[in-house]
Design a protein around this ligand. Sequence first.
Ligand SMILES: NC(=O)c1ccc[n+]([C@@H]2O[C@H](COP(=O)([O-])OP(=O)(O)OC[C@H]3O[C@@H](n4cnc5c(N)ncnc54)[C@H](OP(=O)(O)O)[C@@H]3O)[C@@H](O)[C@H]2O)c1
Length: 331
Amino acid sequence: MKAIFLSSEKKDIVFTERPKPMPKAGEALVKVAAAALNHRDQWIRVALYPGMTYDCILGSDACGTVEAVGSPQDEAWIGKEVVINPNQNWGDHPEYQSERYTILGMPSDGTLAEYVCVPVDRLHPKPAHLNHEEAAALPLAGLTAYRAVRRKGGVQKGHRVLVTGIGGGVAQFACQFALALGAEVYVTSGSDAKIEKMKSLGVAGGVNYKQEGWHKALLKMSGGFDVIIDSAGGDGFNLLLKTMKPAATLVFYGATLGSPSKPDMPRIFFGQYTIKGTTMGNDEEFKEMLQFVEQHGIHPIIDSVRPLAEGIAAFNDMRDGKIFGKVVLKP
Ligand SMILES: NC(=O)c1ccc[n+]([C@@H]2O[C@H](COP(=O)([O-])OP(=O)(O)OC[C@H]3O[C@@H](n4cnc5c(N)ncnc54)[C@H](OP(=O)(O)O)[C@@H]3O)[C@@H](O)[C@H]2O)c1
């Protein structure tokens, strides 16, 4: 089968032939209809991800049809259209993942292939209102955004919420989820066009983070935020603090720009702020996220649907920030 493989020899991804996997006991073989990229895949490609290993197929997200199972008691899954929960071994505690936790697609073989094998308990019926491409776009980014907005952010109707870097996959889900909860949502982006697109989807306003004094413009526009959902980090962190209402919450799930060089500690304690880190989400939250998306009729924003054979160019576009929404690959 064809796959996007992280090669130890090339120290890069290659589009190549790999053996078709066989499901072991308790596993299902899924024929991939559509798979989606996440920034995680690009971090792994350039060896900037914890626990790096090589010689595996990348990809955490997929929608497909179960073709075979490894145990007779799981045969009811055969022929079902599914999405895959990319969590592996979250563990028993809802608040944090176990030490054995990994994500599908490094170290284990992932979804950017014609077939993938996963434990049967990772399968969920495809949300009925989504097509294959939309369903494939959902798992990793949807789960991260769901936990960030609900468990960590506690976003409620009437909250003023800022989501930064709205071109990002997780950011767009966070925005859609906050809007569905009845929040007034603002965004930042390096692109005015992306801000305008989000306004057409119900966002109240936005500011280009490349503009001098962007945080002041945001504060003036919104009057301050109850909740901020950020993944950029870097020195913009201190500027975000200046846009928070007293006792507001900042949730971050990434640090694309690295750590802030001089965090403004006094502003955090004088402001009574809560700063929370979050990563992915537990298995219960995955189920809740699928239900939430169905209940609110949410459709993921898709940048493009491309052949798997053009996957490396798609990685490059994601690396260069040339995308708006999820990039979906079809084997
Ligand atoms: N912890 C987790 O569970 C988890 C899960 C998923 C992702 N992440 C991390 O979260 C980050 C985003 O992931 P993703 O998959 O959503 O990435 P993505 O789709 O590639 O988006 C990255 C976005 O970062 C934004 N950005 C770049 N510079 C920025 C700045 N100075 N200020 C604000 N935003 C800026 C850009 O937004 P514009 O295009 O609008 O300028 C870009 O679209 C990555 O660091 C990723 O590793 C963490």
